[in-house]
Structure formats: C-alpha cells, structure tokens
Design a protein around this ligand. Sequence first.
Ligand SMILES: N[C@@H](CCC(=O)N[C@@H](CS)C(=O)NCC(=O)O)C(=O)O
Length: 213
Amino acid sequence: MTRQDARRGEAVALYRNPKSGHCHRVELMLALLGVPYQTVDLDMANGAHKEPGYLKLSPFGQVPAIDDNGLTLSDSNAIIVYLADRYGDLDRWAGRDALERAEVQRWLSVAAGEIYQGPCSARLVTLFGAPRDHATAVEKAHALFAVMETHLQGREWLALDRATLADIAGYSYVAHAPEGGVTLDPYPSIRSWLGKIEALPGFIAMARSPALA
Ligand SMILES: N[C@@H](CCC(=O)N[C@@H](CS)C(=O)NCC(=O)O)C(=O)O
C-alpha cells in the first residue's frame, strides 16, 4: 500500500519496520484496542524513513509513525498514549489519579531509557549490525532485568493492578531480548509477566528472528 492509499482509508495507517519493537509496541496497542489499522512497511534500507514526505510525519526520520485520517504522530510512547485516549479508556490504560499516572509514566521512561539502551540496543547489533557495543548493551539488559525480576515478584503487571501502557511499552523488546543475545532463562517472573501480556484478548505477536541466547 502506498502512503496516499493509507491516508484515504478509514483505518489508522501505521508506518513501520516489521522487525522494530517500537513499531510492534504501537501495533500491539492498536490490536488490544481493536482499532482497524493498515501497516505501511518503509524501505528503510533505501532510506525511505529519511525522505522529505515521511519527515513531515516523523521529524527525526524514525519509525513508527501513524496517520489517523490526517492526524499524524510519531514516537511510539506518544502514539500509544494517543490511541488509549482516542480509542480506549485513558484512565484504565494510563492511571486514574496522580500516583497511578506517575507509576505508568515511570515505566514509559524505562522503555525509552533502560530498555532502549539494553535489550533493544543489543538486538540492533545482532539483527541490523548497528555500530554499538554489544557487550555493554547485554550488560545493561541484565542489570535492567534484575531490577524488573525483583519488581515483578508477587505482582502481575508492571505499574498497576491491571495491564496498562507500562506493560505495552515494555513488552516487545523484553520478549525479543534473546534475539539480541540476552537470555531470559534467569528471570521467571519476567517470563510469567510476558505470558500474561500474550494472553490478553487481541494480543498480536511480532515475528521472531532466530534466538541468539
Ligand atoms: N523514540 C522513538 C524511537 C524510535 C526508533 O528508534 N526507531 C528506529 C527503529 S526501531 C528507527 O527508526 N531508526 C532509524 C533512525 O533513527 O534513523 C520511538 O519511541 O518511537
């Protein structure tokens, strides 16, 4: 599908790379909310994400971006907040009061910080040959997972008593950490949490690449 075709339809257009966890984060939110969407796979190897037309949707030249019938937005965490508000119950997904919202936001920051620097970066090296230090990314991933494992002991979800944006933002790169050479074997609570997300009605998986752990 072309970008123009996507804009004409009623479904939300998701500009993506199918192997990107940031994109899967958005696709998972769309699927859980039951929002009709179409995917537009960008030819990133040939620089489609840096073309002037796409930069209007995503000024940093990154995926994901969405076009919701003329409303365009980039950044995975911004997009899932938008989708939860536009198509769901924002209080349910983002917290009902000041403390709940802060707890959810804390994990969105972890997704953009520790998760990006750890399991996401390790996978960028193994799957895409990104010029980063793989050993450092693996070390950061295990440091993060040690904290998450302790946090999740005796809890079902990352932030609140229900699945929230925190869980959606955290899922994709943690679930796919083995593709980056980061084993999940030592982390039973994390694996149990991943299973709970996978059991949510409407869950959609990201295609798996060969595990390297
Ligand atoms: N903060 C952004 C980061 C997105 C991101 O890093 N996307 C990667 C693919 S996973 C990308 O488009 N990289 C190309 C580039 O930065 O030039 C988000 O959450 O959406």
